[in-house]
Design a protein around this ligand. Sequence first.
Ligand code: DLL
Length: 434
Amino acid sequence: MIWNREAETMSREARERLQLQRLAETIAWAVARVPFHRDRLGAATVRGLPDLVDLPFVRKSDLREQYPFGLLAVDRKDVARVHASSGTKGKPTVAAYTPDDLEVWREVMARVMTATGARRGDLLHVALGYGLFTGGFGFHDGAERIGMTVVPVSAGNTTRHHLLLQDFRPDALAATPSFALHLAETLIEQGGKPGELGLRIGMFGAEPWTEGMREALERAFGFRAFDTYGLSEIIGPGVAGECEERAGLHIADDHFLPEIIDPATGASLPPGAEGELTLTTLTKRAIPLIRYRTGDITSLTTEPCRCGRTSVRMARVKGRSDDMLVVKGVNLYPSEVERTLLSVEELAPHYQLVVDRAVTLARLEVQVEPVPELVARCGGFSVEHPEIAALRRRVADRLQKAIGLSVELTIVAPRTLPRSEGKAVRVIERGRVS
Ligand code: DLL
């Protein structure tokens, strides 16, 4: 099913015409109302989409400098809702919405959710946080737009989730991949069976995850899992999402214009090349953003999708450019380690990277838990047990081949690594001098 056939299947030419018209409107709107944009864009004229590359970027630091309302292009009184990022790395970045912006958000979320096979009457269990975080409200509003029955459980309180999942028997679950895994694991410990909850669809996002994680989630719950992408600065979840072909995420590019740039030089990169995703809002009125550098590493494709949607698609996000680790001169994203770990049957999908910066050349330790079946077979957990010791050597070897770096691999006892209730923290830095 396609939610908005006209918008989602329009021809390339019609789409580009619409994008150009909306881009010109957005620039005019921003320049007329926001000193920050006026100073930077001045009399910029965009005659064609390729002219976009001549415009300056907006960075997260610009948003912080304009905190809280410096980038508003409407009167504060015309803002219907405010969200914000968690602000773990400084002041939060503020997202604001006019009533029309909220309409756009509902529309793009309705598209993303319909693309997963969700439909009117399906019951959706929302296990994403409600509050300043956009996850809970984004899925909630989109589901109501489709006519789904929404259960707004929010994140945290695992026992409450178990009860409601078992009693309400939802058709779909929206969560971060790491929290969903935690829900499955704890439910099994309580004697429950996640695979028998009757869930058909899992909608995931808000953090990087791999195909291996998708398989682990699908094995545990017996549903099909879909990737949803978004960020609060642009709108929240709903910027892009997978359809049932699961061959990349369809970007709602009639509302958000994507580009890929080289994160080091800022140069524009062609379809297929991996780089940093940069987005321009085409319909946002409260805080329009032109060439916003998301920090997310991915690639784009304009190849047609079998589902019939004609939008540009983006690959799964590999990670944020600022989450990239440089260990002994090798660039590494946590998701690359995840990919290798999750291809090993005896390992559980619970891992953590510990980077020790106290030593001159950063050292990387990968900590990972074994599956409970292995521990049971070994008669309890011991790193010295021959099976666990052999597993350690085998995985260290595989990692070395996959990422080109010899890492210290530690197999830790089951349930020792922290579990996530929202976005998982995959990297722990030790000895960082700030
Ligand atoms: O995480 C919005 C969201 C909520 C998306 C629920 C999907 C589902 P922020 O808190 O502003 O917004 O964080 C945005 O999270 O720049 C990416 O680095 C990361 N991210 C979001 N979705 C994905 C994904 C929400 N599907 C930041 N894969 C983004 C990988 C993702 N990373």
